[in-house]
Design a protein around this ligand. Structure first.
Ligand code: FES
Length: 150
């Protein structure tokens, strides 16, 4: 069994088969950008891409990800290290506070912009509605998405 993550193959050991993707990413593969928040698919901290769609990795059995293209926050920047335009916009707007939820927020925002390069307020609200942030960064995130700073 093998996962493709950020364009690279990763072997999945047989004993990991019953684990959730988030656990495999963080504990076995060292990809710790996606975070454990609720573990129930409710907060968005663990969001990664599955075939380009924002997906909660805490509730996705690792076996269900086999045969799909995964991307984590570690794969969002260019191979030469240049930030994704959305990451750059995030920095310029000083979006993060504690930062814990931001990898998941970025993956959902980037997935939205792939589908809709100029989202309006309603589309942004829907796309980001499943992300909890106790620091209150939602307004700045919505501003980045709506103002087209990407
Ligand atoms: Fe996955 Fe909260 S940790 S949605």
């Amino acid at each position: 069994m093998e996962l493709r993550i950020n364009g690279r193959p990763h072997a999945v050991a047989p004993e990991w088969r019953d684990e959730m993707l988030l656990h495999v990413l963080r504990e076995h593969l060292g990809l710790v950008g996606a975070k454990f928040g609720c573990g129930m698919g409710l907060c968005g901290a663990c969001t990664v891409w599955l075939d380009g769609a924002a997906t909660r990795s805490c509730v996705l059995p690792v076996g269900a990800a086999v045969g799909h293209e995964l991307m984590t926050i570690e794969g969002l920047a260019a191979a030469d290290g240049a930030l994704h335009p959305l990451q750059q916009a995030w920095l310029e707007a000083q979006v993060p506070q504690c930062g814990y939820c931001q990898a998941g927020q970025l993956m959902s925002a980037a997935a939205l912009l792939r589908q809709n390069p100029a989202p309006d307020e309603a589309a942004s609200a829907v796309a980001m509605s499943g992300h909890l942030c106790r620091c209150g960064t939602q307004q700045r995130i919505r501003g980045v998405l709506i103002q087209g700073r990407r």
